[in-house]
Design a binder for this molecule. Structure first.
Ligand code: GLU
Length: 410
């Protein structure tokens, strides 16, 4: 089942549990808008390559749409649509004045030069400029995009509009109006969720064994935070393979040696596969890479007591049921990975007011939103006797459904 279809199934269930009629599902099951663009880029060897990109805007009843842009060879229409719906849910759960949006370009940035990436980033903004903007749809980083790419995109948009527009995009470098704490925000949010989950299970962080799949922005900072907190990080992985050591890995060394895309395992010979790593002994498992990693094939072999989803869509519908039945506490993606968009919102607020906050202020505000949202979802899961994912969807869909109703769309 693809990610869009499985998301639609849970949206339908969440809306029906909340008592909304079928029309509401018809409105929310797909993005309101999906733009497909073709981007010509002059490559360094002189030939012209045409890239395909997308921007999906799920629902803008609450406010402008918001969400990242990913550069990845597997980007496709249904994935971008599902990702935009997940952004709506995240914004609903943590109560931001946004709907969800998402963009993607089919490309492999690991095989492109710095200048090719700049031309592609600028070309994408020229192609989508009419549907985006600081009070329309605000992009941000996602898989394999970073603050440099955001800087090029912001510059291109500002040139087109002929005014400086820092609020057009978030995840920018600090000197261009980025927020303190944005780079580490997803990992900080995940860390806060791990603490909440450990509290519910009455386990201490000290010596808790953690496996983290993915060593990109979220995974690598999370490994650092877990290591600093005294947890034992026993497994990490990248797209090429995984490292596992029951006594704990040398995280500072791995962080030192990773490249900017989070690749590190190719420097070692004693690797195992990503699949094998997910099934190793641990207390906390954090999928922080891509979709569909925990499926009905491997879910019953997972040994962790807690799963906190830092990636978008790492667990399938069938796997969620198996994990829940096995008593695993699952903190779903739409809640666990919301730290990034929360601090993006803070960045946009700071850009709009032109007054900037300290890292401590940002972290305190992030903590309040993440912890309150965890409690909301957890209580909903207990009182309505639904799994954590359905509880999160119920919490996330409510605001946009209400806003759509007030606007007279349903
Ligand atoms: N791409 C991130 C996400 O999936 C962040 C989005 C944002 O900051 O707007 O949540």
């Amino acid at each position: 089942m693809n990610v869009l279809h499985s998301t639609q199934i849970i949206i339908r269930e969440a809306l029906s549990k909340l008592g909304y009629p079928d029309e509401m599902y018809e409105l929310l099951k797909e993005p309101l808008r999906l733009l497909t663009v073709r981007i010509p880029v002059r490559m360094d060897d002189g030939h012209m390559q045409i890239f395909t990109g997308y921007r999906a805007q799920h629902n803008d009843a609450v406010g402008p749409t918001k969400g990242g842009v990913r550069f990845h060879p597997d980007v496709n229409e249904d994935e971008v649509k599902a990702l935009s719906i997940w952004m709506s849910l995240k914004c609903g759960i943590v109560d931001l004045p946004y709907g969800g949006g998402k963009g993607g370009i089919i490309c492999d940035p690991r095989k492109m030069s710095f200048r090719e990436l700049e031309r592609l980033s600028r070309g994408y903004v020229r192609a989508i400029s009419q549907v985006v903007g600081p009070s329309k749809d605000i992009p941000a980083p996602d898989v394999m995009t970073n603050s440099q790419i955001m800087a090029w995109m912001m510059d291109e948009y500002s040139r087109i509009r002929e005014f400086d527009a820092p609020g057009f995009i978030t995840g920018k470098p600090i000197v261009l109006g980025g927020s303190h704490g944005r780079e580490t925000a997803t990992a900080k949010g995940v860390t806060m969720m791990i603490y909440k989950a450990l509290q519910k299970k009455d386990i201490a962080i000290h010596n808790a064994r953690v496996i983290i799949q993915g060593f990109g922005n979220a995974g690598s900072f999370l490994a650092k935070f877990m290591h600093d907190a005294g947890a034992r990080v026993v497994g990490i992985s990248d797209a090429n393979g995984a490292l596992y050591n029951p006594d704990g890995l040398d995280i500072p060394e791995l962080l030192e040696r990773r490249d900017s895309f989070g690749t590190v395992t190719n420097l070692f010979s004693n690797t195992i596969t990503n699949r094998e790593m997910l099934e190793q002994e641990c207390d906390i498992l954090v999928p922080a890479a891509i979709e569909n990693q925990i499926t009905r094939e491997n879910a019953h072999r997972i040994k962790a007591g807690i799963i906190v989803e830092a990636a978008n869509g790492p667990t399938t519908l069938e796997a969620t049921k198996i994990l829940t039945d096995n008593g695993i506490l699952l903190v779903p993606d739409v809640l666990a990975s919301a730290g990034g968009v929360i601090v993006s919102y803070f960045e946009w607020v700071q850009n709009n007011q032109g007054y900037y906050w300290t890292e401590e202020e940002v972290e305190a505000k992030l903590r309040k939103k993440m912890e309150d949202s965890f409690e909301n979802v957890y209580q909903l899961h207990l009182t309505r006797k639904v799994d954590m994912r359905l509880a999160a969807y119920m919490s996330g869909v409510r605001k946009m459904a209400e806003a759509s109703r007030y606007r007279g769309w349903i």
